[in-house]
Ligand binder design. Structure first.
Ligand code: UD1
Ligand code: MG
Length: 395
């Protein structure tokens, strides 16, 4: 408990430092050519980009300062030093640190999509190695209804490591593609972080309290620095967070999911990101044309956002494209306008889907609505995790 109080104090300091540093460093970023134009505004001012590197660095430094506090007792008594737990924390921070570096490289160099998949895979290696050394548990507990066929648990061996690597790739990219309106990348991360913290607090009384204390040690400073970033990234954004932030966030969630053994629960908190990813698949795999930006289209006359669109040339359509379009139309998930040669369809993101269903909306209202949806999904996740889980698993 003592260490959590110290961590709360450190995190409060980290919040104020980050909130102060961001406006002070903004000009340096613009001078270095790190800026973007807000595509949903009339003014075409330069907005500093990749500011996630500032909050990410303060988060890491806070975590480093916290190491001697959390391992204070062990340092006095080196004979009984908890090497396993120490290695876990270091590997977790190393993976996040790698992601910060690689994400910043992406912001500076604007890397291609294939590297966006490769980078988190490499950054997750320290995590997987420590998992192998410390736990190497590759067993899934089978839900009760399936036990008659599969038994109580299934050991999937090496595949479990592939699953964990893919989890890191998913978490990092899923946040990055649910983006493009002020405050959304950071807003969704704040809701997910809060959900994990609430889950940790509930579980602190259980027998997995050590794993949940570890998760709190990472999530509390992360949340504090991210809230400071949100202050400047909220509508109208004074800074953009860049891919650096999305990668650091995704990796932070993957670290706690893997090392605290609650990856399924973390995935439940990622429900909007999973929906957005599945809806995006046809465009991500270029079955339907995917423009560089899929963020909503801004109307200067009304100051409202509309769903952005892409064009499919009919003669280029394959059987799969036709099938996907049919299914989406049947499910009322697209806004399609057809002429003789082309089909004009909305870009397939959750943001555009909300705009189709709600009609043109102001940017701030759209971000707030999407964040409310994220909170709603957290509530669903808790219902699935607690009351419903007892039907599938022994308590
Ligand atoms: C991802 C999305 C892309 C979306 C972009 C927006 C996929 C496959 N990629 O690409 O469709 O358009 O994120 O971040 O889904 N911007 C704003 N307002 C904001 C935030 C960003 O106008 O609130 C614009 C700015 O011009 C900024 C740029 O988006 O410079 C940043 O885009 P970037 O993060 O480089 O795009 P990707 O992550 O590659
Ligand atoms: Mg991005």
């Amino acid at each position: 408990m003592f260490e959590i109080i110290i961590l709360l104090i450190l995190s409060a300091v980290a919040y104020f430092i980050t909130a102060e540093l961001i406006p002070n460093l903004s000009d340096l970023f613009i001078k270095a050519g790190l800026f973007g134009i807000d595509l949903c505004k009339t003014n075409k001012k330069k907005v500093p980009e990749a500011i996630g590197v500032v909050s990410g660095c303060v988060f890491l430094v806070t975590s480093f300062i916290f190491i001697p506090i959390v391992f204070g007792n062990g340092l006095m008594d080196t004979q009984n030093f908890p090497h396993n737990e120490f290695a876990e924390l270091l590997a977790g921070l190393l993976s996040i640190c790698c992601m910060l570096l690689l994400g910043f490289a992406d912001d500076v160099l604007d890397l291609r999509w294939r590297y966006k998949l490769l980078l988190p895979t490499m950054a997750s290696l320290p995590l997987l190695v420590v998992y192998y050394v410390n736990f190497n548990s590759t067993t899934f507990v089978v839900p009760i209804p399936l036990r008659q066929w599969l038994g109580i648990s299934v050991n999937i061996g090496f595949l479990y490591y592939i699953y964990m690597g893919m989890l890191a790739v998913f978490c990092t990219n899923a946040i990055n593609i649910l983006a493009g309106i002020n405050g959304l990348e950071v807003g969704q991360s704040v809701v997910i972080a809060l959900s994990i913290i609430i889950f940790d607090i509930i579980e602190l009384r259980g027998d997995q309290y050590k794993a949940h204390t570890f998760s709190l040690h990472i999530m509390i400073p992360y949340l504090a620095t991210t809230l400071a970033l949100l202050k400047h990234n909220w509508y109208p954004s004074k800074v953009f967070v860049g891919d650096t932030f999305c990668y650091v966030s995704g990796m932070t969630f993957a670290v706690v999911a893997i090392l605290s053994h609650f990856s399924k629960t973390v995935l439940l908190f990622f429900l909007p990101q999973i929906i957005n990813f599945l809806y995006s698949v046809p465009q991500l795999f270029h079955i339907i044309p995917c423009p560089r930006h899929r963020l909503p289209k801004y109307s200067e006359e009304t100051d409202l956002l509309h769903a952005s669109r892409t064009i499919i040339v009919k003669k280029d359509m394959t059987f799969i494209t036709k099938l996907i379009l049919q299914v989406l139309t049947m499910l009322h998930l697209t806004d399609k306008v057809e002429d003789e040669d082309c089909i004009n369809i909305n870009n397939m993101t959750l943001i555009n889907l909300f705009l189709i269903k709600l009609g043109p909306t102001s940017e701030v209202q759209l971000t707030t609505t999407l964040m409310a949806f994220q909170v709603f999904c957290t509530c669903v996740a808790f219902v699935v995790r607690y009351p419903m889980a007892s039907y599938f698993y022994d308590s």
